[in-house]
Design a protein around this ligand. Structure first.
Ligand SMILES: *Cc1c(COP(=O)(O)O)cnc(C)c1O
Length: 258
């Protein structure tokens, strides 16, 4: 069995350096999404590709924008905010924060992000809501669930998700859209798939009994190495970095292991 935590970063993703490179990479991924949809009878229009631009510099982000990217995912708040500031001349470019957030950084997210995909604590929810109210803004949020039972990972235990969701309507600036997960870091496709099935099953079960303001339509799951499996299991958002921008030097554990 392959269980190498580095296997995802060792794949040969060439660096996109021109608008044409981005067009080609984006089109190739959309085709793979459509093929995965075809295998399970889904409409590809129901899957949003969120390009993840962490570690990518502003010059190459401009090329991605020229190739049509209008929302980008960033794992770290400071990096996202810096890019939002230096790319302010692209007003149609929006930002999704997809990494763990500390309460003391909630104010930053409230001022620039359009979406936050890693909500897993009520303290962060409260801080975001307070700062969003002050800014007169609202924010789309996804609740992050730990579906791999790895203690080192962020996200709520599945058993804790129902009570968490029931507490969220108190924070009216947060628009709950769905659930997000990272699969186990493994080359074993069956184990990866189990994580995605777990998220979808949890969502289907919780959907029966949710406050009206809590929408659970969205499932954000899948990245460069596993997005086709995620689409087959119901993903409505796939977060893809390396397969669009090129391989990253830093191991993924730098980003999402707590
Ligand atoms: C970096 C990252 C991704 C994308 O990973 P790639 O291997 O670059 O596709 C997805 N989700 C999260 C939370 C990330 O930090």
């Amino acid at each position: 069995m392959v269980d190498d935590p580095l296997s995802l970063v060792q794949q040969p993703y060439p660096e996109a350096r021109t608008v044409e490179d981005f067009h080609r990479n984006l089109a190739a991924i959309q085709t793979r999404i459509a093929d995965a949809c075809g295998r399970v009878g889904r409409d590809p229009a129901g899957v949003r590709l969120l390009p993840v631009s962490k570690t990518v510099d502003e010059a190459r982000i401009r090329l991605a924008h020229a190739a049509g990217c209008r929302m980008l995912g960033e794992n770290k708040v400071q990096e996202a905010q810096r890019k939002w500031e230096t790319l302010a001349d692209l007003p149609d470019l929006r930002w999704s924060v997809i990494g763990h957030l500390q309460t003391n950084k909630a104010r930053r997210v409230a001022c620039f992000a359009s979406e936050f995909q890693a909500l897993d604590s009520l303290r962060v929810a409260e801080a975001l809501d307070r700062h969003l109210q002050a800014e007169g803004r609202s924010l789309d949020v996804f609740v992050q669930v730990n579906t791999s039972a790895e203690a080192s990972k962020y996200g709520l235990h599945p058993d804790d998700v129902p009570a968490f969701l029931h507490a969220l309507p108190a924070f009216s600036a947060l628009r709950v859209r769905g659930l997000m997960t990272l699969a186990v870091l493994s080359g074993d496709a069956a184990r990866v798939r189990e994580c995605f099935i777990r998220l979808r099953t949890l969502r289907d079960r919780l959907r029966q009994d949710m406050p009206a303001s809590v929408a659970l339509g969205e499932l954000s799951m899948g990245m460069s190495g596993d997005f086709e499996i995620a689409v087959e299991e119901g993903a409505t958002v796939v977060r893809v970095g390396q397969a669009i921008f090129g391989a990253r030097a830093l191991p993924d554990s730098h980003y999402w292991l707590g």
